[in-house]
Design a protein around this ligand. Structure first.
Ligand SMILES: [Ca+2]
Ligand SMILES: [Ca+2]
Ligand SMILES: [Ca+2]
Length: 140
């Protein structure tokens, strides 16, 4: 009797833990200020979309042409809005340097961002604002 009561208590504790875990998982759905390790994150707005429509996307490998990539919404759904010539800020957590290029296939003006760097304002970089069309991740 005593044992089953203890088991019931553990089950209740596990259930309580589960109800806590669910909203916590939902809370991290917005990448607004977070870029997870092993990724480089591009944002359609300055300051990682603060106060703006949250169009963003993360990359784990090179992409030669962003014309066929769409932004994600805050909830990871597809915005159906092309990423080409729209990047305004970047966070790099991918583990090595990343170069953003003005044109597809790594051509034109470009800017390189070291691992763990952030740039909330690409207007003053060589690649410029709303011009990125390809992304080269040095270690992938
Ligand atoms: Ca692409
Ligand atoms: Ca800048
Ligand atoms: Ca471009």
């Amino acid at each position: 009797m005593r044992l089953s009561k203890k088991v019931a208590g553990i089950a209740a504790a596990a259930a309580a833990l589960f109800t806590v875990v669910v909203p916590a998982t939902a809370a991290v759905a917005s990448p607004r200020s977070t870029c997870y390790g092993g990724r480089v994150c591009l944002y359609a707005g300055f300051d990682y979309n603060r106060g703006q429509v949250d169009h963003w996307r993360d990359f784990v490998a090179d992409d030669v042409n962003l014309e066929d990539n769409n932004w994600l919404n805050w909830d990871f759904s597809n915005s159906w809005h092309s990423m080409n010539n729209e990047t305004s800020s970047v966070r790099n957590r991918v583990g090595c340097s990343v170069t953003l290029w003005q044109h597809p296939y790594y051509t034109g003006a470009h800017s390189t961002f070291t691992h763990n760097s952030n740039d909330g304002f690409l207007s003053n970089n060589a690649v410029g604002n709303n011009r990125t069309s390809s992304i080269d991740i040095w270690c992938r």
